[in-house]
Design a protein around this ligand. Structure first.
Ligand code: IYR
Length: 222
């Protein structure tokens, strides 16, 4: 049997400086088009696209390479509807009593409320779970930097969704435990993020937001 090599040469191609700059600019221009979209079309999406965006998410770095995540992909209409109803039940409470007045005021620019129709309209819901430990033959094996790792995987996922010409939304119904129950997940998994994925509705609109300028969020020490 071949002994597994512990280290391999790093083989990513090196770009010329001008090509690297062009690539960085082109990438920024592309990702600057990304928006959180709340109005979805019910047009179907090729499941192979979903498989590939999930493989991209799985390329994120993670603590001790534990990859402490699970991604549940829901296209079953009854299950999507059940998720919508359970999420709306929690959000109704959030908007009517749990969220502070200043929080509600901060959300006005987004125009959100407790209705979450997009959860049954979008062809896919991806529900990301974090695993604070792995269960291997009934034994608990601890994972590290779980929130950071799963957050990074979600970032990669959102990026891949955008690259594929699809849209998504980082939805965090709170509390999210109903997802653990509806999807019958094991005890070591906790819901982290819910992302509806699909094409935007023909009449989709997004809030008129501006991103911070570079000098508002970067500090250079030279
Ligand atoms: N989870 C609620 C409220 C909400 C909270 C934040 I912070 C947002 O950026 C957007 C919405 C909802 O999904 O409506």
């Amino acid at each position: 049997m071949n002994k597994k090599e512990k280290f391999l040469p790093y083989t990513a191609p090196k770009l010329e400086a001008k090509d690297a700059l062009a690539a960085a600019k082109a990438y920024y221009q592309k990702i600057n088009q990304r928006r959180s979209v709340r109005h979805f079309s019910d047009d179907p999406v090729d499941p192979e696209i979903i498989e590939n965006i999930l493989k991209a998410a799985n390329c994120a770095p993670s603590g001790a390479h534990k990859q402490p995540w699970s991604f549940c992909v829901v296209s079953n209409p009854e299950l999507k509807k059940a998720i919508q109803l359970a999420a709306e039940k929690e959000e109704y409470e959030n908007y009517h009593s749990r969220m502070s007045d200043s929080w509600l005021k901060d959300l006005e620019i987004l125009g959100t409320d407790w209705h979450k129709e997009f959860l049954s309209i979008a062809p896919y819901l991806i529900i990301v779970f974090k695993k604070s430990y792995d269960l291997i033959n009934g034994e608990k094996k601890k994972n590290y930097y779980v929130n950071e790792s799963v957050g990074l995987a979600c970032g990669f996922l959102i990026n891949a969704i955008h690259e594929a010409g699809l849209v998504t939304l980082t939805h965090t119904p709170s509390p999210m435990n109903f997802l653990h129950e509806l999807l019958e997940r094991p005890e070591n998994e906790k819901p982290f993020l819910l992302l509806p994925v699909g094409f935007p509705a023909a009449d989709a609109e997004v809030p008129n937001l501006k991103r911070k300028d570079l000098d508002e969020f970067t500090y250079w020490y030279q």
